[in-house]
Design a protein. Structure first.
Length: 272
């Protein structure tokens, strides 16, 4: 059997607060040794994701960013066709809508509903460190967004907030809730990105793959719906995403939080 592993990063493979991943080393080593690709599918930007692709030594260097906004393959990867937008050593397949089309809508609808929001672009480095525990360098990388805008709601009037969120959901844009932020983007998601990657793998190698997907938050819902083996990683609080538990069938729940919990499905499947 041929496998592909699609994984969220924060709170799934990486510790939610410290971004530590060493406790997942055993499974990462096993997957690398057995040529099973590990493909990050994350809300992070390209720059952020590349930092962890290099740190984790993911040899395939294939990943999706900004909740499915784009998919990246190595520049010399064969079989993609004319979809590529070449960026340095990568081939990018754009699936998303650029933020210059999203931000004016978000600002207008928040103003019309009297709801104060704060996008990631408005956070200072100090605030980014407090909320995300990021260094100044990583804070800068987190703001290099092209397809997805993370934001928080500052207002406290529940009725206005609910109206504001409903209007986004009823618009041409997509709203998802991540671990720390709301995210607004075009009508695409992590599941669409994973599907496109799988199609390219099937076309290139002329064979099928069994897919494993790991996530912890509502913005992983589409990914876990798509894969053959969906895995919901327990949160540090001991809780699980109730929405994912309710909507995804045949769901594997980890007993531990990230990064230790990331190992559990591979221990079960491969007896490692």
């Amino acid at each position: 059997m041929n496998y592909l592993v699609f994984t969220d990063l924060d709170g799934t493979l990486l510790d939610y607060d410290t971004y530590e991943w060493k406790d997942a080393q055993k499974s990462l080593n096993f997957l690398k040794k057995n040529s099973i690709p590990v493909i990050p599918v994350t809300s992070k930007t390209k720059s952020e994701t590349l930092t962890f692709v290099k740190e984790l030594k993911l040899k395939e260097r294939i990943f999706s960013v900004e909740n499915g906004g784009a998919v990246y393959f190595p520049r010399d990867f064969k079989g993609i066709g004319n979809e590529c937008v070449y960026e340095s050593e990568f081939c990018k397949i754009e699936l998303g809508v650029r933020i210059d089309k999203i931000l004016p809508f978000l600002n207008e609808i928040s103003r019309e509903n009297g709801v104060e929001i704060k996008t990631i672009f408005e956070f200072s480095d100090r605030e980014m460190k407090e909320i995300l525990n990021l260094t100044e360098e990583m804070s800068s990388k987190a703001k290099e967004r092209e397809y997805d805008i993370p934001f928080i709601i500052v207002s406290e009037e529940i009725e206005k907030i609910n109206t504001f969120l409903r209007e986004i959901e009823n618009s041409e844009f997509k709203l998802v809730k991540g671990g720390r932020f709301y995210h607004i983007s075009g009508e695409y998601d992590k599941g669409i990105a994973a599907k496109r990657i799988l199609e390219i793998f099937r076309k290139k190698w002329k064979k099928d793959f069994k897919t494993i997907g790991l996530g912890d938050s509502e913005n992983d819902l589409s990914l876990l719906h798509f894969v053959d083996i969906p895995v919901l990683v327990r949160k540090k609080s001991g809780e699980y995403s109730e929405k994912i538990k309710k909507e995804v069938k045949n769901l594997f729940l980890t007993k531990k939080a990230a990064p230790s919990g990331w190992n559990e499905i591979f221990e079960k499947l491969f007896f490692i």
